[in-house]
Design a binder for this molecule. Structure first.
Ligand code: FAD
Ligand code: MG
Length: 344
């Protein structure tokens, strides 16, 4: 009888805690498909905050959806889509937000000596990694060759003007905006800002391997796994973070096809127009801004280990972990992680 009363009291306490829809302090996650990838937000919320945190996550997804509608090359109605349909060799009006992301794109393009290029839309279309259904064989090499000759590396995209009067010029028909290697990082930064304004400063926003972290998990660091490049469910390393930081990985496993025994993936070398082949299979970058980490991860991947490390050394606040085809892992100074082993 005594036991039954105790059980009743316990049930009552639990009902009081959960009955009104609130949970004790802890982490909560929510996911949504946006920008052609799975976005997941994880929040640490205090007791009594859980229904408010669910609303905050939906609101942050709304912000990322808004950014997709501005920055997607896949949408003819987006600001980027409209620029891609406009005549080349002429100045066109440019939205402030796109200017902001393009200014960072051009900075990283210069720093990486053209390994990162935001104007590859005609080339990425030729390869068809994000086509529906995705391509399963390489395009005709004559088409790649004509793109390579036509794309003016270094002068493909020009931007100018002051706030309220920004403009853009795309050099020729071989140039089209593709912010696929930077805009998810930007969206992650904006989602974290948005959550902080709503009072949630302990959060992770993960846009398909493009991650941003804020605060901690109730006082202990967030622990983030770095994906095994050859095992979709495997984790090769772990990073612990408890401050605002971007942690972004570019890998040859994200979008690829096998053709006649060869792997063709979506990270393209603007010099050759071909998927990068330099022995690197993934690069993870830490940088306080997820947008910059996103662009640097692609740039460092294209540059390869030695030049990639040199690039990271030039950018204050950046650090990198390279995973190579032969199973080695090489980290730059400042990249703190725990290797979980396995290799490839
Ligand atoms: P990253 O290394 O960060 O980026 C690689 C991508 O950037 C490539 O896929 C290519 O698009 C581009 N790229 C390749 N080489 C270079 C280079 N040297 N320099 C600069 N850029 C390069 N995918 C869909 O299938 N459907 C969609 O509707 C869709 N909408 C999107 C909307 C937005 C706003 C964004 C940002 C992405 C969208 N995507 C969509 C995904 C996109 O097409 C890329 O596949 C994705 O961004 C790859 O990101 P990543 O983090 O794996 O690799
Ligand atoms: Mg990137």
């Amino acid at each position: 009888m005594k036991f039954k009363v105790g059980t009743l009291i316990l049930a009552f306490v639990l009902l009081a805690l959960f009955g009104c829809g609130e949970k004790p302090a802890g982490s909560q996650s929510s996911s949504r498909l946006l920008m052609g990838t799975l976005m997941t937000i994880t929040l640490w919320s205090q007791e009594g905050e859980t229904s408010r945190s669910a609303a905050a996550m939906q609101s942050a997804f709304g912000e990322m959806e808004r950014i997709e509608k501005v920055m997607s090359s896949h949408l003819n109605t987006s600001a980027v889509g409209r620029i891609n349909q406009a005549p080349r060799g002429q100045w066109h009006p440019l939205e402030e937000e796109v200017y902001h992301v393009l200014a960072e794109s051009l900075r990283i393009a210069k720093l990486s000596q053209g390994a990162f290029e935001a104007g590859l839309w005609p080339l990425t279309n030729l390869w068809g990694f994000s086509r529906e259904p995705p391509a399963t064989a390489p395009p005709e090499m004559a088409k790649i060759e004509s793109w390579r000759k036509g794309y003016p590396l270094g002068t493909a995209i020009q931007i100018r003007g002051e706030t309220g009067g920004r403009q853009i010029l795309l050099a020729n028909e071989y140039v089209g905006l593709d912010l696929g290697a930077i805009a998810k990082g930007y969206a992650v930064d904006r989602a974290l800002d948005h959550l902080a304004v709503l009072g949630f400063t302990n959060a992770i926003v993960n846009a398909g391997g493009n991650l941003g972290v804020n605060g901690s998990k109730g006082g202990t660091p967030w622990r983030i796994g770095i994906q095994h490049p050859r095992e979709s469910q495997g984790v090769v390393a772990e990073v612990s973070l408890q401050k605002r930081m971007g942690l972004v990985t570019s890998g040859d496993y994200e979008r690829f096809f096998m053709h006649e025994g060869k792997r063709y993936h979506h990270i393209l070398d603007p010099q050759s127009g071909m998927p990068t082949a330099n022995g690197v299979v993934s690069v993870t970058i830490q940088h306080p801004k997820a947008m910059t980490a996103d662009a640097l991860s692609t740039a460092a991947f294209v540059l390869g280990l030695d030049k990639g490390l040199e690039l990271i050394r030039q950018e204050p606040g950046a650090s990198a972990l390279f995973i190579l085809e032969d199973g080695r892992q090489v980290a730059s100074g400042g990249f703190s992680y725990r290797w979980l082993g396995g290799g490839q």
